[in-house]
Every structure is written in C-alpha cells, then in structure tokens.
Design a protein around this ligand. Structure first.
Ligand code: DNO
Length: 353
C-alpha cells in the first residue's frame, strides 16, 4: 500500500509540497496538469517539469488524477478517434516519465456533484453535502454558478469554466446516448488505449460515478458491483482497472463496499478512502475519515483491501474544512492529513495483528 496525497500543482493549490512532505507516511503525490483541457495531448517537457518539481521536494508522482476524457469520446462522436489518438500520446508521455497509474472518469458532462460545498456540522467544521431534493430543483447552469460562488476562488476539478461554457451543446450531444451506448463507448476507448498501457505498464483506474446514480437525467455507468465487473470483463486486461472510491460508491447504501473490493480483486489500482454520513435516501454529507464520524466501517474497508492483497496507491479523500483553513472545498491540508494518519494507523494495526 502506497499512501499518497492529492496535489493540484503550485499554481492552483493552497497546499505546498513541503507541507505534504511532512505528513507521516506520505511519499507520493497524485497530481495532474491542472490547466490542460480534455482532448489535448500533453507535452513531455511539461510533464517532466512537474516531475522535477515534485522530486525536488523529496516526493514522487505516484499517479495522475485525472487525464480527463473529451466528451466526444464519451458520446461516440465522429471526432472521437482524434481525441483518443491524443489520449494515447499523453499516455506515452506519462509512460516515458515513469508514471504508471492514471485515474479518469467516464461521467457525462459533470464530474462529481454536490448541492452544498460548506455544510456546517455539529463540530463547527464544514463539509461537502448532497441532497437530491435540492438537485431536483435546480438546472445544471444554476448549479455551476452556485458551486463556483462557493469554491473560495479555486477552480473545482470537473467544474472548469470552459466545460461549463458549452453546457447546452453538451446536453444536446448526450440526448441519444443511452446507458448501453455510453458503456460501449467506454469499451471502445479502453480497447484503443490498452496497447500503449501494455507497452508502458500503465494502470488505468476508472473513477466511479459520484453520486452513484444518474444526475440531471444523464446516464451513469460505473455505479455498482455489477457494472464494475462488467467493465473489467469487457476489457479483461490487468491495465484496465478501478479507482475504488468509498465516497462515491458509498453514496448508495445498497452498495456493499467490501463486496466490491472482493469482486474487483487484483484490478484495484488506486483507492480513495473516506467516510460519509447518510442522513436519508439521496441525502448525505461528508464526514471525518474516522468510522465513528460517519456511516462506513473504515476498519472493515482497510482490512478487506489488505486481505485481498491490495498493493496499490491509496489516498485520503475529501476532508472537512477545519481550523479556519481556506482551501479548495474538500481539499484542505488539515483534515486530509488527519485522514492519512488514521488510514496509516489502521493499516499498521491490520498488518501487525
Ligand atoms: C472529486 C474527485 C473526482 C475525481 C475524478 C477522476 O473530488 O474524486 O473529481 O478526481 O472523477 O477523474
């Protein structure tokens, strides 16, 4: 198990590499060329420069989150092959830089969705929260505006203004795309990139849909064990794997998180481990990583990862905003550092017992 920490790059993040270097047990960062747009081929020099910057701080790049996928690939538009070519070029660049794990998602239009970026909790912290009844009342543009207004000035991953500028066209483009079609388009993409992944030993780790159900009537396909197994089998190559994300899959209380770990055994290349508190169906808020603070049994999750031989990359996920920190919502230093320490503690205890 390799404990890592997400870092958006010195131009975008409130947190420094020097701070990350001081979190016990964290030796790697998960990063990206945050300014790049989906569909672009990344330049070798830029990736090499990012790598050098991280290494100068005594850390390494453990993986990329994310290399985002152009919507034309997801909708299966005629131009998809051009964007897949660019994706392959990016993977080549990463492979040449010695980077072997790439997290991506196949969610239409949006990435993760929340109705509130700063919901107060009893302990005085604030957290990201979701309430389906609120989402049902607003349209996607209003949603973007409200998230943008509460992002503390940071660009939120998956909610980049360029993407939102085309929101109407994007919704049009997805009209004929059923769940089945979206799945086929994912398989088409994966089959096309497997040769370059084989060549450079790059583990692709698809991120589950968050929340794990359709939002704004857009199809969603990586939502439960059945769909995950179907995806792994459709392209049965070790390099086609999963980001096991408790916070995303766990939005649906029917998902058995430990069961999913067992079902995806050997193909989990990346784990996002955090806790959620379920208030009611379709209504949840994020919590501290500690089991007692939310609805998940974090010990059981870490134990199942351990017992199924997980040896991939892991990171704490969204944290609460605590101690007056101003950061990108969910991505402050303090609570995620507490999360990393807690997960490391669970892992050490599991290994020794
Ligand atoms: C949200 C993140 C997601 C994730 C992408 C992966 O906080 O978990 O934005 O990085 O879905 O492509």
């Amino acid at each position: 198990m390799e404990m890592t920490f997400r870092w958006f790059g010195s131009k975008y993040d409130s947190i420094t590499l020097e701070q990350i270097r001081q979190i016990p047990g964290v030796r790697g960062v998960i990063t990206t060329l945050y300014g790049s747009k989906p569909g672009e081929a990344w330049a070798q020099e830029e990736v090499n420069a990012l790598k050098a910057e991280v290494e100068q701080a005594g850390l390494k790049i453990s993986g990329i989150e994310s290399v985002n996928i152009h919507d034309d690939i997801k909708t299966g538009a005629a131009s998809r092959d051009k964007y897949i070519e660019n994706y392959i070029k990016t993977l080549e660049v990463l492979g040449k830089a010695g980077i072997h794990m790439v997290c991506y998602n196949f969610m239409p239009v949006f990435d993760w969705t929340r109705s509130n970026l700063a919901k107060p909790r009893k302990d005085g912290s604030t957290v990201l929260a979701y309430d389906q009844s609120v989402i049902d009342q607003i349209d996607p543009e209003a949603m973007f505006a409200s998230l943008d207004a509460k992002s503390n000035g940071f660009v939120l991953p998956g909610w980049e203004p360029e993407r939102m500028a085309h929101i109407k066209e994007l919704f049009e483009a997805y009209k004929p795309v059923t769940k089945e079609k979206l799945f086929d388009n994912l398989v088409y993409f994966l089959k096309a990139i497997m040769p370059v992944c084989d060549k450079y030993d790059i583990n692709m780790a698809i991120h589950p849909d968050d929340p794990a159900w359709p939002v704004f009537n857009l199809p969603r396909i990586i939502t439960n064990e059945e769909q995950i197994v179907k995806m792994l089998k459709a392209v049965d190559n070790k390099h086609n794997g999963l980001t096991f994300c408790t916070g995303s899959l766990g939005t649906n209380p029917k998902n058995d998180l430990c069961g999913i770990i067992r079902a995806a055994k050997g193909r989990i290349h990346f784990a996002h481990v955090r806790n959620l508190y379920h208030e009611a169906p379709g209504k949840f808020e994020e919590a501290a990583h500690l089991s007692a603070d939310g609805s998940f049994d974090m010990y059981a999750i870490m134990k199942t990862l351990h017992d199924t031989g997980f040896d991939g990359i892991i990171r704490p996920d969204h944290g609460r905003t605590i101690w007056g920190e101003v950061s990108m919502p969910g991505y402050g230093l303090y609570d995620r550092a507490l999360g990393a320490a807690y997960l490391n503690g669970l892992w050490e205890a599991i290994e020794k017992s």
